[in-house]
Design a binder for this molecule. Structure first.
Ligand SMILES: [Zn+2]
Length: 99
């Protein structure tokens, strides 16, 4: 298990039942802290980033990237869109578009 304690970073984590929404609750055996695995903070894995970067470099239209992202978490698309926006446009232009 790759979960570590948010307080002391210990890997000595035990399962501690589930909370109301069914998410797994954990307890740190070192400091006693209880916490819930936060699925929304999953980071994009480096191979996935590399893949998206590759797709971007090959100038595949965003629609193509979006198709590639089908079935994957929305943040992958978001990442690729942001990356492209920053890579291909001046940051000022990006913020102007968003206004
Ligand atoms: Zn701890």
């Amino acid at each position: 298990m790759l979960i570590s304690c948010p307080s002391c970073k210990s890997k000595q984590i035990v399962k501690n039942g589930k909370i109301h929404n069914g998410n797994q609750n954990y307890r740190c055996r070192d400091c006693g802290r209880q916490f819930v695995e936060n699925r929304q903070q999953k980071v994009i894995s480096q191979p996935t980033k590399n893949l998206i970067d590759k797709l971007l470099l090959e100038k595949i239209p965003l629609a193509g990237i979006a198709r590639h992202c089908v079935g994957k978490a929305a943040f992958l698309c978001e990442y690729s869109y942001k990356k492209r926006a920053i890579g291909f446009t001046d940051l000022k232009q990006v913020s102007r578009v968003q206004e």
